[in-house]
Design a binder for this molecule. Sequence first.
Ligand code: C2O
Ligand code: CU
Length: 577
Amino acid sequence: MSSNWFFRVVSAALCCVATLPANAQNPLLIPDTLVGPNIQLNVAAGTMNYFPGLTTPTLGYNGNILGPTLLLNTGDSVTFHVTNQLNTATTVHWHGFHVAPEHDGGPHQLIAPNTTWSPGFKIRNRASTLWYHPHGEGKTELQVTRGLAGFAIVRDAQEAAFALPRKYGVDDFPIVLQSKAVDVLGQFAIATHEDSIMLVNGTLNPYLNVPQQVVRFRLLNGSADRTYWLGLSDNADFSLIASDGGLLSAPLVTNRVRLSPGERAEILVSFASSTIGDSLDMISYASELPHGIIGADTVGLGANLIGEGYYTNPLNGQDFRVLRLHVAAPTSNPILAIPAAFDPVIPIDTNAVDEHRHLHFAADTAGFGEVALVDGPFHINAQPFNMDSINIRTQLNHKEIWTLTNATRVAHPFHIHDIQFFVLDINGNPPPPQYAGWKDVILVMPEDTVRFVAVFDDFANDSIPYMYHCHLLHHEDDGMMGQFLVMNPATGASDAVHNSVEWTLFPNPATDEIQLLWKGNSMRQAKLQILDSQGKIVLNQSFPANGTVNIDGLSAGIYLLKVSTREGVSVKKFLKR
Ligand code: C2O
Ligand code: CU
């Protein structure tokens, strides 16, 4: 097939580039910055020119690809205005942010074409490197791969107390790693294993001039499914200083850092004793990645079950350059030393745990046979994602231990919204030091058991859920995702009570009226509310005896219909045309 032929040509070319590092010719794009209290993001289509004679259609926030870096301070109140100029719906999820569920930007907060979504919230995270990206049902991989992703840098007084590089674009650099598959027309393709083109900050074959001093790299894996194993070409040590949720207790001296999709790591590299004019490379040492991780030479057990494109992709199992670094003159007042320690990170203790939960990752081998063990579809607790069903209800301030087990043959980076967690153990052993800080993504290897502890504080909403899912975007889109509610103990109901309220609504979508059907007497004296997708109550009445609810006055969109009885609260979603 001609498209395969093209891939081989591109792949072969890239393979040579990877082994001839002199060929890095494009300055690394450093995204612009935006600060609050009002931040406007326009989501629009654009184009990039990566390949001679081909124009690559892209998506971007306020530009052709990626988005501005948001510079935020803990405690600031910020209002975002996200205007969707695409001809399809999108969402903006604030990955890693501790925000109320109606502001979270998951699949329940769809932004229709030509509309503006304006969530406003206070920044509650510690100083950390966070990011934002679309999260529409079934659309995440497509929209992220086409270019929608941006950084957010949160700063606070605690971090500011240490002598760290923090001049954005000068000694403090955002670095988003994204491997892409490109089709014959130069378009980014999804759901292939042929992502043989490396883009860093949307730049092909990038180089960066780094000052002759200590430099901070804020690394983000924004790839659909590839994991990186990063180091320097001279194998020199560097210092890992922060994980997803902020600074570690102390810099961890190492020469490799693993980054699975969705994860962040901040590293400090000292060029203070390098010579101006020297060059070196940031490399992904993928030949050292263990079996089972996408990006390693093999996944699966025994037979190579994953799609053929995987094994012809030159990035898999091969060391390749990510970014060329040229040492340049130091800046004034350079940082020359790496702090010995930061403030100790106090993990959440495991006293008085309110709930233990078990999330099991398995493949749908009944429907798809053995090939599903590496290529999916994968589900959590055998339940494919369903917008209308809540998988977990916790309560405000509950402390929970979640146990993740992986019965598939591929590693899955598990991500949960709302909170940052602490990894307790991996197969019964304490986590390695790089995972001992605040995390919101953790890679779960085949056959592994990972336990974490988290507290669901600050935000309760008994109708709008948060997501948890695999951050391999194709797995997420394919239903390896669930949703949880953080219930308010005063008004919310437990899982058991919730399930006793049985009712249904039709038609859905509806235009002027909704009809409710229910069992028994459960609805007598019930209260009925309709909430819009931002959680605003647009209708509040007692339960209609004839079951008919007039929705003529609502504008088109997605709504939640919430029924509260003495036994509890139950919510269903409908679409108003
Ligand atoms: Cu980065 Cu639910 O996503
Ligand atoms: Cu997965």
